[in-house]
Design a protein around this ligand. Structure first.
Ligand code: TMP
Length: 211
C-alpha cells in the first residue's frame, strides 16, 4: 500500500564552506533528533552508499590530471542519483528524517560558484536526478572563507577542493548566500563566526520549527 505524503520524514541538509564547523554542528543536530525520539538517517554527499563513497574518493583525491568541471559535475550527480535511490528516498518514504551533510546546494556553490559552471546546467541535472525532491530546510553555516580556511588547515592534508585558492571559496560563499536570499523560506543562514553556543541556539530554534 502506498503511504500518504504526510508520513514522509523531513529532509534537512547542512551546508557551508570549508571550516565552518559542520561536523560539530552535525553532532548537535543528531543529538537533538535523538532527544526528540525522531528516527533519522545521517548521511553525507558526495557519498552515503558504497558506490557513492567510491565516487567521493575519486572526486576529492588530488591528482596530476586536471579535472574537467563538467566531468566533476556529472560525477557529483552520479553519486547523488545512487544515494537518492538507495538511501535518501527509502528513508523519507518510511517516515525517517534524513540529515545530510551537503547536498545540491553544494553543487550550486562549488561547481556553479567555484568552478563557474552554468547554473541552468545544474538545474537540468537537479530536475533529472531529483525530480521534485528538495530539502525541507537547508541549514547554511556562513563564514568568511579567510577564517574557515584557517580552521580547515589545522585538520589535516588538503583535498582537491581544499587546495583551491581563496577567490574560489569567496565565489562558493556568494553562491550559497545568493541561493538563500532567493528563497529565504527554505534556508536558515547561520552566522558561524559567533561562539558555538550561539550558533547552536539558533540551530535548535530552526529545528524546532520543523516539528
Ligand atoms: P566535506 O564533506 O569535507 O565537506 O567535503 C566534500 C567536498 O566536496 C567539499 O569540498 C565540497 C565538495 N562538493 C562539491 O564540490 N559539490 C557537491 O555537490 C558536494 C556535495 C560536495
Amino acid at each position: 500500500m502506498e503511504r500518504i505524503d504526510l508520513q514522509r520524514g523531513k529532509f534537512i541538509t547542512l551546508e557551508g564552506g570549508e571550516g565552518v564547523g559542520k561536523s560539530t554542528n552535525l553532532r548537535f543536530i543528531t543529538d537533538w533528533l535523538r532527544e526528540q525520539g525522531i528516527d533519522f538517517v545521517q548521511t553525507r554527499e558526495p557519498g552515503g552508499t558504497p558506490l557513492a563513497e567510491e565516487l567521493r574518493e575519486l572526486l576529492l583525491e588530488r591528482r596530476e590530471e586536471p579535472v574537467d568541471p563538467t566531468a566533476e559535475l556529472l560525477m557529483v550527480f552520479a553519486a547523488r542519483a545512487q544515494h537518492l535511490a538507495r538511501v535518501i528516498e527509502p528513508a523519507l518514504a518510511r517516515g525517517d528524517w534524513v540529515i545530510c551533510d551537503r547536498f545540491t546546494d553544494a553543487t550550486y556553490a562549488y561547481q556553479g560558484g567555484g568552478r563557474q559552471l552554468d547554473g541552468s546546467l545544474i538545474a537540468q541535472l537537479e530536475e533529472t536526478v531529483q525530480g521534485a525532491l528538495r530539502p525541507d530546510r537547508v541549514l547554511l553555516l556562513d563564514l568568511d572563507p579567510e577564517i574557515g580556511l584557517q580552521r580547515a588547515a589545522s585538520t589535516g592534508a588538503a583535498d582537491r577542493f581544499e587546495s583551491e585558492q581563496q577567490a574560489f571559496f569567496k565565489r562558493v560563499r556568494s553562491a550559497y548566500l545568493a541561493r538563500a536570499e532567493a528563497s529565504p523560506a527554505n534556508y536558515a543562514v547561520i552566522d558561524a563566526s559567533r561562539p558555538l553556543d550561539q550558533v547552536q541556539h539558533q540551530l535548535r530554534l530552526e529545528l524546532e520549527q520543523l516539528l
